[in-house]
Every structure is written in C-alpha cells, then in structure tokens.
Write a protein that binds this ligand. Structure first.
Ligand code: 13P
Length: 253
C-alpha cells in the first residue's frame, strides 16, 4: 500500500502524520504479534524536503520511503533534480517513476522514464513505474495500445533477472483525483493485460512475481472491492493517503 503525497505537507506535518499513523497500524510481521501482524508492505512518498523528517519518524515502524521522482544521472548540472544516491542517502528504498502528472506537466516520456528506471535499478532502488491511459484514449479504444507502448518503451532493455524489484502501477489518468474510480472489473482487465505483456518481456514466472498496484481515487470505501480482484496486488494512493486515519484504514482493510 503506497502513499503518494504529491506536493503536500511540510516536514513538521510529515512527522505529525507518521506519529499519528503508526499507532493505528498493526505491527509489521517481523516485529512479532503474528496473530495481528500486518500482511502488507507500506510505502510513503513525501515531497523531497520531508524525507529526512519521515525517515526519523518512521524508524522501526516497518514503513518504507519513496522518492516521487529522480534523475537518471548520478550528479551534475541538472538544476532542481535529485539522484538515486541522494534518495538512498535520506532513507528511500523506492522511487515512483513516470507518474502521469510528471508525464503531463513536466514533459516526461517513456524514453526518459526508461533511463530513470535503469538508473534506479542500478542504484538498488525499487521502482514503482506508473502507466495509464487518458479518458480520450480509453474512449477511442486505445487503452491496450497505450499500456503496451508505455510498458514496452519504459521497460526497454530491462531483463527478467532485473524484474524482481520492479513494481508497476496502473493509474488510469481519468481516475486520478477525480473521485471516479475504475470499477474493480475494469481495473482487473487492465492488470491482466499488463501482466500478459510483462510475461512477453520476461516470461511467466518473472511476470507473475511482479506486483501491479492500482491507483486512481482509491478510498477506504472502495478498497475492499478493488483488492478483492486477485489481479490487484496493492494500491498507489493520492488524496486518501494524506490523512492518517484514512491511510491506516487502507492499510488494514
Ligand atoms: P488520487 O488517489 O488522489 O486519485 O491519486 C492517485 C495517484 O495519482 C497516486 O499516484
């Protein structure tokens, strides 16, 4: 269950969120209490300046951190960018790549996402790669073509041996921040299609092992129906991840 905060919260608000979230969660399995152990991995992606505060506040709580983006180079004259090593140094183990807002507002392409993906894997970060169609593309019957192209171009050159850390997020653009969630069946269809395409790239077993998250207006009142679909392995949550009660309800659904 991954929280993408986008451009929300200060470091102080981050610390406050985690202080309120942690007591609401069942303990992580590794920390004992197996009868009430948490069965899912939790990832929080705050804005870059909040990562040190998040690392301190989340210590020992079984919550992992993600960057919301990164550059493919290790260092250099790239004003406003951060590298994989910088994310690792402030406690991230994951990075979100190719979110539709990055594609839409900041000119990211499948080619740049591919460079970032390679750099993230080389550095040892687990990438959460986002794909998804716009409303116009869905209405024009282009959903599968769009997903196939984003997947094949984004994962170009990634071998089956590099597959295990990779996570895919299906985020239909029309469902993001709109309150218009994909129906569980529609999401399951897209996930099934993505897994088939992953199998073409990597073979069946690597594709089966890849987690595919759903994102787009996931809320405590629709999480059960979505997660009842075996094709959905988790969720990438925006708005509903900003409140500790609501995110805890998603984690412990
Ligand atoms: P919302 O949950 O606010 O629709 O955002 C989804 C998203 O973009 C997660 O990355």
């Amino acid at each position: 269950m991954a929280a993408n905060w986008k451009m929300h919260k200060t470091p102080a608000e981050t610390a406050d969120f985690l202080a309120r979230l942690i007591p609401l969660l069942a303990p992580a399995a590794a920390e004992g209490a197996p009868e009430r152990a948490r069965v899912c991995d939790i990832v929080v992606a705050p804005p870059f300046p909040c990562l040190p505060a998040a690392a301190t506040a989340a210590r020992g709580a079984g919550i992992e951190l993600a960057g919301q983006n990164m550059h493919w180079e290790t260092h250099g004259a790239f004003t406003g960018e951060v590298s994989a090593a910088m994310l690792l140094a402030v406690g991230c183990r994951y990075v979100i790549l190719g979110h539709s807002e990055r594609r839409q507002y900041f000119g990211e392409t499948d080619a740049t996402i591919n460079r970032k993906l390679l750099a993230a894997l080389n550095a040892g970060l687990r990438p959460i790669v986002c794909v998804g169609e716009t409303l116009a593309q869905r209405e024009a019957g282009q959903t599968e073509t769009v997903l196939r192209e984003q997947l094949e171009r984004g994962f170009l050159g990634i071998k089956a041996t590099q597959a295990p850390p990779c996570i895919l997020a299906y985020e239909p653009v029309w469902a993001i921040g709109t309150g218009r969630t994909a129906t569980p069946e529609l999401a399951a269809d897209a996930h099934r299609y993505l897994r088939q395409r992953l199998a073409r790239l990597w073979g069946d077993s690597a594709a089966a092992a890849c987690r595919i998250l759903y994102g787009g207006s996931v809320k405590p009142d629709n999480i059960r129906g979505l997660m009842a679909q075996p094709e959905l392995d988790g969720a990438l949550v925006g708005g509903a991840s900003l409140d500790p009660q609501s995110f805890a309800a998603l984690v412990d659904f």
